[in-house]
Design a protein. Structure first.
Lengths: 182, 134
């Protein structure tokens, strides 16, 4: 064989070493989100997870996946470049807890706003997050989706501070990844 | 506007990500059951909001909202808040409105969410704990 095919075994091994239960990479659609959601609940129900924990993992998954879907859709709608429409999402174990991680390309110009929002959420305690959530629930609807509320909900359900990274890809894009421990 | 001058029943079948809806004009009841994280929550809830507006405008009868929603994403939560605000305004001008929110007794998170909705209203809002609802 000329070019080695994808090494599925090492891909699988890195998932298993990282205790990843479910992973998806590619363009998100609503039906894919529904299907992964069903799988998430089925998986976690067979583990010993409490219904509250299943709810939290599922909710964080839905908010992150819907945020990614709307952002990547907008970005790839503006520029037709490879990889902009793809999101990467993984749900796995993290010791006794669960981790939901999501990553996608972002325009460099969006980094500042996003990171200051995340910093603000990280500095708030649970009552502060609840107050902010309730305030935003009654704010006028933003033109593009409801991304503001989604991240607050995610921060409220997290049991550890949110962690994220912007990896430099080129002069235009960064790869944004966010990890939520539940 | 479709629906004509007289408020009609509205039934929407449920899907994986959108609740089953049964709005009954004669009974004066609105029932939503299932999970709610549709592709576009505002589009999904628009006819439900319109129905509630029309019912309150045309009928003098009490209105009951029965919710069996095991999960709402944040966009759906915003839509339900809008619906509760509408009921709250009707209640404040003397209408009879109430909510019964059913939730899984083993899911603390679902109960906490229902309690958070209740914090913002003054009309009768009952939380009923049941067996697993989804």
């Amino acid at each position: 064989m000329e070019k080695a095919a994808l090494d599925l075994y090492s891909l699988r091994k890195s998932f298993m070493d990282g205790e990843v239960l479910i992973c998806f990479n590619g363009p998100f659609s609503h039906s894919i989100i529904e299907e992964i959601g069903i799988a998430v609940k089925r998986y976690l129900a067979t583990e010993t997870a409490s219904r509250s924990a299943v709810s939290d993992v599922f909710a964080v998954f839905v908010e992150l996946a819907q945020n990614m879907q709307s952002y990547t859709h907008r970005l790839s709608g503006v520029r037709d470049e490879a990889g902009l429409d793809a999101g990467t999402l993984a749900i796995g174990r993290h010791g006794e807890k669960y981790a939901v991680s999501a990553g996608n390309m972002v325009d460099r110009s969006d980094v500042g706003g996003l990171s200051s929002r995340l910093e603000a959420l990280r500095s708030m305690d649970k009552p502060g997050l609840k107050a902010l959530y309730k305030e935003r629930l009654r704010a006028p609807r933003p033109a593009e989706g409801g991304a503001g509320l989604g991240l607050i909900d995610v921060a409220r359900r997290a049991t550890q501070p949110l962690s994220w990274d912007f990896r430099e890809i080129d002069d235009r894009y960064r790869f944004f990844s966010l990890s939520v421990i539940i | 506007m479709k629906g004509g001058p007289i408020v009609n029943d509205l039934v929407i079948a449920g899907s994986v990500s959108s609740p089953a809806v049964r709005l009954d004009a004669k009974r004066g009841s609105m029932e939503l059951s299932g999970e709610s994280y549709p592709q576009n929550a505002f589009d999904f809830f628009a006819p439900i909001m319109d129905w509630a507006h029309q019912f309150l405008r045309e009928r003098p009868d009490p209105l009951l909202l029965e919710l069996r929603l095991s999960y709402l994403n944040t966009s759906s939560t915003k839509c339900v808040i809008d619906l509760l605000d509408l009921l709250e305004n009707a209640y404040r001008i003397g209408r009879s409105v109430r909510v019964t929110w059913y939730c899984d007794k083993e899911n603390d998170r679902a109960r906490e969410a229902a309690e958070e909705f209740r914090e913002d209203v003054t009309f009768p809002f009952e939380i009923r704990l049941t067996g697993h609802v989804s």
